[in-house]
Write a protein that binds this ligand. Structure first.
Ligand SMILES: [Zn+2]
Length: 242
């Protein structure tokens, strides 16, 4: 049997399974996306996963919008460290609802703090209330991955910039790299008081860019000089104060 025939056969079976397992109410864009994929996902849950994976930008925007609905819990401040639920370093996105004392419990998303419904969806299309076994929106999983490993989305980010270097405007080379416009060390050292979730914009699309390696090296050198200067200014300030 040829590859195309194998696929056709498998897709026919998957489509039958998907159709029988999908409830009458289901997000239409997800279903359309599932049926147009090269390999049809056999379960609605997989269809939702595939949909968000293919729409990481939308997931990023949605996760930040949902977080804006929750706002930061009272008394929360951005901290890093080895305690459970805390980001290990300032490079990891701050997520108050992952910290045990601020968690909203089962059925709510640990990234954005909003209720999670059937299939990890963010709206209760089924009027069934939150899914108490879920603690992530499917969209928030994808956004979280993008925030933590933006280079995995290299192709998408290049496409968004029409394959032009965000720094020089020239053509992007194969070796181009993903960069945070405002470097994360600077967010931590100077913008730590930014309200959550506005802070998340520094991990999301608004702060991501693809730049050519030479432009990136120049930017990193400039950032290192800047860090050196602010360290020196601090040392001088302490010396003067002492
Ligand atoms: Zn969420």
């Amino acid at each position: 049997m040829k590859m195309s025939e194998t696929r056709e056969l498998q897709n026919r079976r998957a489509k039958a399974r998907l159709t029988s397992a999908t409830p009458a109410i289901f997000p239409m864009p997800v279903l359309i996306h599932a049926l147009n994929r090269r390999w049809t996902p056999p379960m609605p849950r997989l269809a939702v996963d595939g949909y968000w994976r293919a729409h990481a930008i939308r997931a990023d925007r949605l996760a930040r919008a949902l977080a804006a609905r929750s706002k930061a819990p009272a008394g929360w401040i951005w901290r890093v460290g080895p305690e459970p639920g805390l980001p290990a370093t300032f490079r990891d996105p701050p997520a108050p609802y992952r910290e045990p004392q601020f968690s909203r419990g089962p059925g709510t998303c640990c990234v954005c703090g909003q209720p999670v419904y059937r299939f990890g969806w963010h709206r209760d299309l089924w009027d069934a209330g939150p899914n108490r076994r879920a603690s992530w929106h499917t969209a928030c999983v994808v956004a979280w991955r993008l925030w933590n490993a933006p280079s995995d989305h290299d192709r998408m980010l290049r496409r968004l910039q029409s394959r032009r270097c965000a720094q020089s405007g020239g053509r992007l080379w194969k070796t181009a790299e993903i960069d945070h416009r405002v470097p994360l060390f600077q967010v931590w050292s100077e913008r730590r008081d930014t309200a959550w979730p506005a802070l998340l914009d520094y991990w999301g699309l608004p702060n991501l860019q693809v730049i050519n390696r030479d432009a990136h090296a120049a930017k990193c050198a400039e950032e290192a000089r800047y860090r050196g200067r602010s360290r020196k200014a601090m040392v001088d300030a302490i010396a003067t104060a002492g």
